[in-house]
Design a protein around this ligand. Structure first.
Ligand code: ADP
Ligand code: MG
Length: 350
């Protein structure tokens, strides 16, 4: 296992700068997600860490040692990609054994050692009974598990995954990322997991690196980035959020008819502001309990599962609001579409 340090890494293609002087430290044994929209530079950064692409400036340091000039083969990294082509004409067993068999003669393990190693990996990815199948006889999820076993066969110290479950359907993806998390806990390795899916990153990672236009917006645990987003980009990218436009003056925030105490970090200046309110941070009630509540009309209710999603329209300015409440609250208030209710943010950021 190794730590990874990305130091002052930049990359320009023709005139387009894909990465701007990135700095990042990944600790030994961590599973870090690189999260960002399409085109934000995730794959480019992963390829530079892998040694598949040279950076224009900066360095890649493994365990304190500069690896920038080293080839991919010398970096002890394993990969899994979204469309990882398993060899079609080889069985699952042969696919996993491949990386060991093609080693130079003096590093190549004996036949029996290879057999044992492949058995262990098949057990690790829970696919023992499929050893003799061909890739075409596997589901997409099974193929990605084999791709992972194959990547692990050469005992890499770093595992690099580029949207490994991106091509699979939602249910399988969810199962696989839980499975990957468990596997990572059992298997000593440092992993970098690229995804554009917020939920996937929040679910699987020890820490999340949020990339946008080739720059790091924030690095933190899932809780840190979700609860304390560093800026509006992160706030928006990590989940549903309501934007309310308004004004701040003398320590008060005015969002239309809604008056709130300004949060401490906001200072006491006077300015036009945008406030961000998560759907689950909004309280809902049937009576106007005075200052601090806004009236809104419910126009859509989605009551599937334990969380009920409501869409409402403010009566004072026609802005839309999304609210999430528990099924219990929903039932106790007996909410219906077209009904008028009153809302108040429990928590918000400006
Ligand atoms: P992501 O993986 O986050 O979707 P990429 O790292 O693949 O983003 O790409 C980042 C940006 O760099 C994109 O705008 C992409 O078009 C550009 N880019 C990536 N690779 C190349 C290349 N080989 N030549 C030119 N432009 C590239
Ligand atoms: Mg990519």
């Amino acid at each position: 296992i190794m730590s990874i340090e990305v130091s002052q890494v930049s990359k320009t293609f023709d005139t387009f700068t894909a990465l701007h002087e990135l700095n990042l430290k990944i600790h030994t044994g961590e599973l870090v997600a690189l999260l960002g929209p399409s085109g934000s530079g995730k794959t480019t950064l992963l390829r530079i860490i892998a040694g598949l692409e040279p950076p224009d400036t900066g360095s890649i340091i493994f365990d304190g040692e500069d690896n920038t000039e080293k080839s991919t083969q010398d970096r002890k990294v394993g990969f899994v990609f979204q469309h990882y082509a398993l060899f079609k004409n080889m069985t699952v067993f042969e696919n996993i054994a491949f990386g060991l068999k093609v080693r130079p003669a003096k590093l190549r393990p004996g036949k029996e050692v290879i057999r044992q190693k492949v058995q262990e990996l098949l057990a690790l990815v829970k696919m023992e009974e499929l050893a003799n199948r061909y890739p075409a006889q596997l589901s997409g999820g099974q193929r990605q598990r084999i791709a992972l076993a194959r990547a692990l066969a050469v005992e890499p110290k770093v595992l690099l995954l580029d949207e490994p479950f991106g091509a699979l359907d939602a249910k399988v993806r969810k199962d696989l990322r839980r499975w990957l998390r468990k596997l990572h806990n059992e298997y000593p390795i440092t992993s970098v997991f690229v995804t554009h899916d917020q939920e996937e990153a929040l679910d699987v990672a020890d820490r999340i690196v949020i990339l946008n236009e080739g720059k790091i917006e924030q690095i933190g645990t899932p809780e840190e980035v979700y609860d304390n987003p560093a800026n509006p980009f992160v706030y928006n990218f990590l989940g549903n959020v309501n934007l309310f436009h308004g004004r701040m003056h003398d320590g008060k925030v005015e969002l239309g008819s809604l008056q709130l105490e300004a949060p401490e970090h906001a200072g006491i200046g006077n300015a036009d502001i945008v406030s961000y309110i998560r759907p689950h941070d909004i309280e809902i009630c049937l009576e106007d309990e005075g200052k601090g509540f806004i009236a809104a009309e419910i126009f859509f209710i989605r009551a599937v599962g334990p969380i009920v999603n409501l869409e409402l329209k403010r009566l004072d300015n026609d802005e839309y609001i999304e609210v999430e409440i528990s099924k219990e609250v929903y039932r106790s208030l007996q909410l219906k579409a077209k009904q008028n209710v009153y809302l108040r943010p429990r928590d918000f950021k400006v």
